[in-house]
Design a protein around this ligand. Structure first.
Ligand SMILES: Nc1ncnc2c1ncn2[C@@H]1O[C@H](COP(=O)(O)OP(=O)(O)OP(=O)(O)O)[C@@H](O)[C@H]1O
Ligand SMILES: [Mg+2]
Length: 268
């Protein structure tokens, strides 16, 4: 089954055009001028049930913008997105049941209440049955090592602890699709391994479709079968990591291959 379908997706931002210096600021106040920035320039791809795919690309390539449009947070400027056949922006509530979202840079948890209370709130919001909630809490608690800080408010957690709590929160309602934007930012090596194992297991056991962005090549290799390289708002490469390794591999690691591909500009 097709879980994610993206056709000719575009996003333009209107950004302030400002000259430098005091005069520039004054001029902007009196007569603001804007220009258009094309962050995503008409991309298309499809992701099937159970697939795990990664977006890779430089800073500002358009990865987070794309994830925001796929999760229904942001309205596309043009093109279409279908999440299990539905427009995520127009069906936000329905869509929220089908997806789990983690933004490594920004927590989805309530900042001032104990993490466990955030989980209980999510249980009520999603109407998660008691049995499912307990089963997941036990499993996530163990694999992600949440027990040490469940009673702490999110604002008191370290970055890595917070990301782990966010990951558990995104999967409590067992969504068929999981979006992760830089899920291992600030996470130590041991915790990363746990996260990889957890995501691989979720993908394998529940056939959860995963789409993540990361700058960490280990993340991509450990979790994903498919790689989508995005640069300046365009897709430069979309195929399996296996094929890439077979084609260019030999002695080279995935990281080395990617560096070479960029260097010699041979991506298609
Ligand atoms: N809210 C916004 N308003 C205006 N411009 C934006 C906004 N969000 C992002 N941009 C611009 O759009 C482009 C794409 O940004 P985006 O955050 O999607 O990149 P990214 O691939 O996620 O980068 P990174 O690897 O740094 O997270 C950048 O040039 C950025 O400056
Ligand atoms: Mg980003």
């Amino acid at each position: 089954m097709e879980m994610i379908e993206v056709r000719n997706l575009k996003k333009e931002y209107r950004i302030a055009k400002k000259s430098t210096g005091m005069m520039g600021s004054l001029k902007h106040l009196i007569m603001p001028q804007y220009e258009t920035l094309e962050a995503v320039k008409g991309i298309s791809f499809r992701i099937n049930e159970g697939e795990s795919a990664a977006f890779l690309g430089s800073n500002g390539a358009g990865k987070s913008t794309t994830i925001k449009m796929l999760t229904g947070i942001m309205k596309p400027s043009d093109g279409t997105v279908r999440i299990m056949g539905k427009d995520p922006f127009l069906n936000r509530i329905e869509n929220a049941r089908r997806i789990g979202v983690v933004f490594g840079q920004k927590s989805q948890l309530w900042w001032d209440i104990p993490v466990i209370e955030s989980f209980r709130l999510l249980k009520n919001i999603y109407g998660i049955p008691e049995e499912q909630y307990n089963r997941n809490m036990e499993k996530f608690g163990e694999i992600l090592g949440l027990h040490d800080f469940l009673s702490q408010p999110a604002r008191k957690l370290s970055l890595g602890q917070r990301v782990r709590a966010d990951l558990a929160a995104s999967l409590l309602h067992e969504p068929p699709i999981l979006f992760l934007d830089e899920p291992t930012i600030g996470v130590d090596v041991a915790a990363k391994q746990k996260i990889y194992e957890f995501l691989r297991e979720t993908n394998r056991e529940k056939k959860t479709t995963i789409l993540l962005t990361s700058h960490d090549m280990k993340d991509l290799e450990s979790i994903c079968q498919r790689l989508i390289i995005l640069e300046k708002g365009k897709i430069l490469f979309d195929d399996t990591i296996d094929k890439l390794l077979k084609k260019y591999g030999g002695e080279m690691s995935l990281e080395e291959i990617i560096i070479r591909l960029f260097e010699y500009d041979v991506l298609v």
